[in-house]
Design a protein around this ligand. Sequence first.
Ligand SMILES: Nc1nc2c(ncn2[C@@H]2O[C@H](COP(=O)(O)OP(=O)(O)OP(=O)(O)O)[C@@H](O)[C@H]2O)c(=O)[nH]1
Ligand SMILES: [Mg+2]
Length: 259
Amino acid sequence: MEGTEELLKQLKQWSNVAEQRIREIPAEQLYVSIGVLFLTFILFLLIRLLKRTKSNTIVLTGLSGSGKTILFYQLRDGSSHQGTVTSMEPNAGSFVLHSESEKKGKINPVCVIDVPGHSRLRPKLDDYLPQAAGLVFVVDALDFLPNCRAAAEYLYDILTKASVVKKKIPMLILCNKTDKVTAHTKDFIRKQLEKEIDKLRTSRTAISDADIANEYTLGVTGEAFAFSQCYNKVVVAESSGLTGEISQVEQFIREIVRP
Ligand SMILES: Nc1nc2c(ncn2[C@@H]2O[C@H](COP(=O)(O)OP(=O)(O)OP(=O)(O)O)[C@@H](O)[C@H]2O)c(=O)[nH]1
Ligand SMILES: [Mg+2]
């Protein structure tokens, strides 16, 4: 008991001395010190924030059968591994792109995640979006028209997700399977998807509030939808996972994850 009283007395004495010392400091000096402390704190927060946003993850998404897994193999091994089957689990790997494996010097690896397109497995995408630095939405350019609506719906869902909008995650719409002459061009695919999303916009905003799962709305009201109106950058490119023509997707990846 006596010990506690003694300690309290001592503490009071110390606080009095501290108060007196602070009073003795000129006001300007005090403000400068507080300012410096505040700035250091802000700088520390900024460094933490910048470090966290520097992700090297690229997420491959798109409908089932569009060619994500073959692209994953091409990026990693430079080979299509003689075909694939519908994926039941995401594929993930951190590697230096196969086309860069001959290059000298240290090259930063890329973490690529291939999320299956089956509707039951699509919710897995939400697990990877927080760490995504870029998104590649793969479209089957060969069998495009019958799947246009479904692709537009999936795209709409992704482009209105808070995790994509808030972080403005850049997206590449990759028209795959261009090795076949009957494949549609990327301009045709872009225009069709824009038209389809425009229709979706009207129908989805007409649904009652309770049913709306989309977190953000797309485009400019009163104007026809175009990808250029998106909060994040959306670009279109072509590829063939089968023949290994993947330079455009590699370029997109390397613009985000610097080698
Ligand atoms: N002609 C042609 N066929 C391709 C190309 N890329 C993929 N395919 C074929 O398309 C089919 C589907 O390819 P996958 O890579 O398994 O498709 P996926 O997007 O991973 O499909 P899920 O795993 O179901 O989401 C396979 O039979 C491939 O051989 C391409 O560039 N050209
Ligand atoms: Mg797959």
